[in-house]
Design a protein around this ligand. Structure first.
Ligand SMILES: Cc1cc2nc3c(=O)[nH]c(=O)nc-3n(C[C@H](O)[C@H](O)[C@H](O)COP(=O)(O)OP(=O)(O)OC[C@H]3O[C@@H](n4cnc5c(N)ncnc54)[C@H](O)[C@@H]3O)c2cc1C
Ligand SMILES: NC(=O)c1ccc[n+]([C@@H]2O[C@H](COP(=O)([O-])OP(=O)(O)OC[C@H]3O[C@@H](n4cnc5c(N)ncnc54)[C@H](O)[C@@H]3O)[C@@H](O)[C@H]2O)c1
Length: 461
């Protein structure tokens, strides 16, 4: 058995940087990864999807360019070339990260699957076929999550796609049916529509992006429908059938009625589940909830002393920046004497549809639910000079404020550069800059953010 100061399981967005930092601080550390360095974000998530979203945007602009007086008469989408570009960017990032880790003194990077054999003891089934047992007083779990596949009749008998396998297509599907109308479903749905697929989105809730305000869902649906994407809400796929080599028939139950849709490809995008079962957590006294999420307190401590869980596998918001922030909280608390928790940290996010959906803090629905005194400032992008000039006035900005203290409580921006505009408001919230100051703040003209003046003018107080 080999003894280290620290074991890190999973080279994801928390595990990789944490392992390097521990090693640099003089802790003899081992980082165990069963697949690819960089985890989901680099290999199957943010990096490949946002790379491909850029290609989809180029295709969309080609269809729109005549509106700007530059007609593109003919263009084609080369999915094999798009995939090649994506693969190169992913590989560069994966290999760059791995090289930096392997060069770090005090850090061993090993490739294999980690399984708990007892308290503070991990057995690694090395990818080479050998086994290694290791122990450490400090253990950090960053195993991430995998696509969740629902139990629906016939689904396992068709060759459905998930968010990882769809990245390897080199031919554009004729008709892509997407299960799930949130981050993954909408980002891929719009992307493949722009590549040339017919796209149908089935969402089981009453509306897509159902964790946002209803006016956001409505505007998002309008935007997607403008590109001829079919969105079916309150729609439940109940059966899949495919004749060998033929089209897939999906039986859909919607508002008490059943109908059939024929498609060529199905993307399952109904959420993700933590990759914790294979870890044999009970052997180390680490508890998980009924969904497999590792139970942690506000400082990311698990139920076993000296064992921490970071990133998607602990449940809650599943974003790269949250996983990375988990690492900084755990590291600083352990080695820099701080007392940070995950309780009150901001959770911004950006859905990379086009236009983007940026969100920070509370929305109108949550303000109502909390029973607090609030006002809503709302500005259509059609009133934003920059949006008019660039020819894209889809969406709106919305902020929730406290009318007494003038504090900004939250913002949702569905519009061009919505994520960046939201971040300006996040900075105001972090710095305690109230909306009455932003209303008269001097911003460079004509930026999108300049319109934050007008957003808060709408409050009329
Ligand atoms: C298609 C898609 C697009 C996304 N886009 C965005 C985006 O734009 N912005 C954003 O913020 N987030 C996005 N996300 C979410 C984001 O990718 C994750 O939240 C983020 O990667 C955090 O993951 P993590 O650090 O928890 O673990 P991961 O990055 O998943 O890493 C976990 C690692 O642990 C390894 N592992 C698991 N079990 C073991 C074991 N027993 N032994 C050894 N190794 C093990 C896995 O192989 C994996 O490499 C996207 C996700 C997907 C799927
Ligand atoms: N831009 C980003 O930050 C980004 C992008 C992609 C993924 N992600 C992360 O990945 C995670 C997973 O994304 P996701 O979109 O798969 O999951 P999700 O949980 O965000 O959304 C799943 C959607 O599928 C619907 N659904 C569930 N079961 C269904 C069914 N049987 N039929 C039809 N619809 C069904 C849900 O109502 C929901 O709208 C997200 O939580 C997110 O944090 C983030």
């Amino acid at each position: 058995m080999k003894t280290y100061d620290a074991i890190v399981i999973g080279a994801g967005q928390a595990g990789g940087p944490l392992a390097k930092r521990l090693a640099k601080a003089g802790k003899k550390t081992v980082l165990i990864e069963k697949r690819f360095y960089g985890g989901t974000c680099v290999n199957d998530g943010c990096t490949p999807t946002k790379t491909m979203v850029a290609s989809a945007k180029a295709a969309y602009m080609a269809t729109k360019s005549h509106e700007l007086g530059v007609p593109v008469k003919k263009f084609s989408v080369d999915l094999a070339a798009i995939k090649k570009r994506k693969d190169e960017i992913v590989l560069r990032s994966r290999n760059g990260g791995l090289k930096a880790a392997e060069k770090t003194q005090n850090l061993d990077v090993i490739f294999g699957e980690a399984v708990f054999a007892g308290e503070k003891t991990v057995e690694v089934r090395l990818n080479s076929g050998k086994k290694q047992t290791i122990t450490a007083d400090l253990i950090f779990l960053n195993p991430g999550a995998l696509p969740l596949i629902p139990e629906i009749e016939g689904l396992n008998e068709i060759q459905y796609l998930n968010s990882t396998t769809i990245l390897d297509l080199d031919k554009v599907p004729e008709h892509l049916l997407v299960l799930g109308g949130n981050y993954i479903g909408l980002e891929f749905g719009q992307m493949f529509r722009r590549f040339g697929s017919k796209v149908t989105i089935l969402e089981k809730s009453e509306r897509i992006v159902s964790h946002e305000d209803p006016d956001i869902s409505e505007e998002m649906q309008k935007i997607l429908e403008l590109e001829s994407i079919k969105v079916l809400n309150d729609a439940h796929a109940i059966k899949f059938k495919q004749k060998s080599g033929g089209k897939i028939t999906v039986t859909v139950s919607q508002k008490g009625e059943e109908h059939k849709i024929k498609c060529t490809h199905v993307l399952v995008a109904v959420g993700r589940k933590p990759q914790t079962e294979a870890l044999n957590l009970p052997a180390a006294g680490i508890e998980a909830d009924e969904h497999g999420n590792i139970k942690v307190n506000d400082k990311l401590e698990t139920t076993a002393a000296g064992v921490y869980a970071l990133g998607d596998a602990k449940g809650g918001p599943a974003f790269t920046h949250i996983s990375y922030n988990d690492y900084t909280i755990v590291y600083r608390n352990l080695f820099e004497g701080t007392d940070y928790t995950i309780k009150d940290r901001p959770v911004p996010y950006c859905m990379f549809t086009d236009p983007q959906l940026g969100r920070i803090g509370i929305d109108e629905t949550q303000a109502k639910k909390q029973g607090i005194k609030y006002k809503v400032a709302k500005l259509p992008m059609a009133h934003v000079a920059r949006a008019i000039e660039t020819g894209d006035t889809r969406g709106f900005m919305k902020a929730i404020v406290d009318p007494d203290t003038k504090v900004i409580l939250g913002a949702t921006v569905l519009g061009p550069e919505g994520g960046e505009i939201m971040t300006v408001l996040q900075m105001a919230m972090e710095g305690g800059i109230t909306y009455d100051r932003i209303r008269y703040c001097v911003f460079a003209h004509p930026l999108y953010s300049e319109s934050l003046n007008n957003l808060f003018m709408t409050l009329g107080d």
